[in-house]
Design a protein around this ligand. Structure first.
Ligand code: NAD
Ligand code: IPM
Ligand code: MN
Length: 378
């Protein structure tokens, strides 16, 4: 890693699959323009992981790649997943492996409305932040699937701050086939993400956070979540209101202006962040960050969108705003603000044809990137 304070940043880049490379190229273009305007430099390391690399070599994400990535200041990622590869292999083998390996326990997903981006709901503006726990819940990949009516699997988990070992044995009579997926929540993980959500709310001048829960049906795991997060929020002088995630989704659609910081376990956060991307105008403007104490990773909320890959219709704004979050994380506060400001002034000034396809315009991925880069100002 380069020395602190040199303002030379080494960024690892996995452009990935489908529209991933298309939108990341625009994020790089805008970051380079910001670097030029704000007097820092960026060195990009392109890593080839994704569907094509897997199909050609059989390799998903080797351990050497993790060592290479670790030597960078951050990782910028497009999207992973392709219809030619069985679902899960690449998503778990690359994306989740990175989140878990670097213990990126925060998945920060702001949902903000932008000028000329039509909202599908009745609201003047949307400004919500999802703070999603990113290392546990039903995402830990433990479980099994059995045809013989009985089966066993290990429940072993290694994390930065703890190791878990265990074993699950099932017998079914009669011997139906069955599957089980195990979700885990630990006190340390719930406390650290709750603390992060409290700090996020405090910085926004708010005194309450909302926990998306479901202890009426899944009492073990989400009852635990409620108890631990309430206690932690109290320590931060923050009120925590609990909402069942089903009703929360209903209320978010009816009136998104009522909500601020939404704290979620991993799986609910995945679902709520796509819902909020839709509410705020589209997946093409939904930025995201995976933050930990070590290497952090920045990626849009959306996936590889194979339905529009190669058409030039992908909206690069989400990837560009994710690069903006990366600049903030690197300490380039002014440049980060300039990126969001550039997105706003491009959208504000754009005639209908100059808008991205997602908003009814005809501007290609590349021209949207060009226009935003042009708007970057010190
Ligand atoms: P998706 O997010 O790729 O697409 C959902 C819908 O939104 C599609 O209609 C798509 O065209 C549209 N869309 C997404 N991004 C857009 C953009 N920037 N501009 C305009 N329209 C956009 O979700 P999916 O179809 O469920 O998943 C496709 C693949 O991506 C799957 O393999 C999935 O596993 C993977 N995936 C990866 C990530 C990631 O890498 N972070 C996230 C979600 C899904
Ligand atoms: C996301 C994606 C991933 C997730 C998938 C691809 C594993 O949907 O980043 O939102 O579920 O976290
Ligand atoms: Mn998702």
């Amino acid at each position: 890693m380069t020395e602190k304070g040199t303002r030379h940043y080494k960024i690892a880049c996995i452009k990935g699959d489908g529209i991933g490379p298309e939108v990341i190229n625009e994020a790089i273009k805008v970051t380079e323009k910001a670097a030029e305007m704000f007097g820092f430099t960026v060195e990009w390391t392109d890593l080839p992981y994704g569907a094509r690399h897997y199909l050609e070599t059989g390799e998903v994400l080797p351990d050497e790649a993790l060592n290479v990535i670790e030597k960078h200041h951050a990782l910028l990622l497009g999207a992973i997943g392709d219809p030619s590869v069985k679902p899960g292999i690449l998503e778990q083998g690359i994306l989740l492996k990175l989140r878990f390996h670097f213990d990126q326990y925060v998945n920060l997903r702001p949902a903000k409305s932008f000028p000329q981006v039509p909202l599908p709901v009745k609201a003047d503006a949307v400004d919500i932040v999802v703070v999603r726990e990113n290392t546990e819940d039903f995402y830990i990949g433990l479980g099994g699937r059995w045809n013989e009516g009985q089966g066993e699997c290990n429940l072993n988990l290694e994390r930065n701050s703890y190791n878990m070992t265990g074993h699950l044995k099932l017998e079914l009579t009669p011997s139906y086939s069955a599957a089980a997926q195990v979700g885990v929540a630990t006190e340390g993980a719930v406390r650290r993400i709750t603390a992060y959500a409290c700090k996020t709310a405090r910085a926004r001048g708010e005194d309450t956070i909302t926990l998306a829960s479901k202890s009426n049906a899944l009492s073990w795991i989400y009852g635990f979540w409620e108890d631990v997060s309430k206690d932690e929020a109290e320590k931060h002088g923050m009120k925590l209101q609990v909402a069942n995630v089903d009703a929360l989704c209903y209320h978010l659609v009816r009136d998104p202006s009522k909500w601020g910081v939404i704290l979620t376990p991993n799986m609910f956060g995945d679902i709520v962040s796509d819902l909020l991307a839709g509410i705020a105008g589209g997946l093409g403007v939904a930025a995201g960050a995976n933050i930990g104490d070590g290497l952090s990773m920045f990626e849009p909320v959306h996936g590889s969108a194979p339905d529009i890959a190669g058409t030039g219709k992908a909206n690069p704004v989400a990837a560009i705003l994710s690069a903006g979050l990366m600049l903030q994380h690197l300490g380039e506060e002014e440049a980060s603000k300039a990126v969001e400001k550039a997105v706003r002034s491009y959208l504000e000034g754009a005639s209908k044809e100059k808008l991205p396809w997602e908003f009814g315009g005809q501007a290609s991925t590349e021209t949207v990137g060009d226009w935003i880069a042009k708007e970057i100002q010190p």
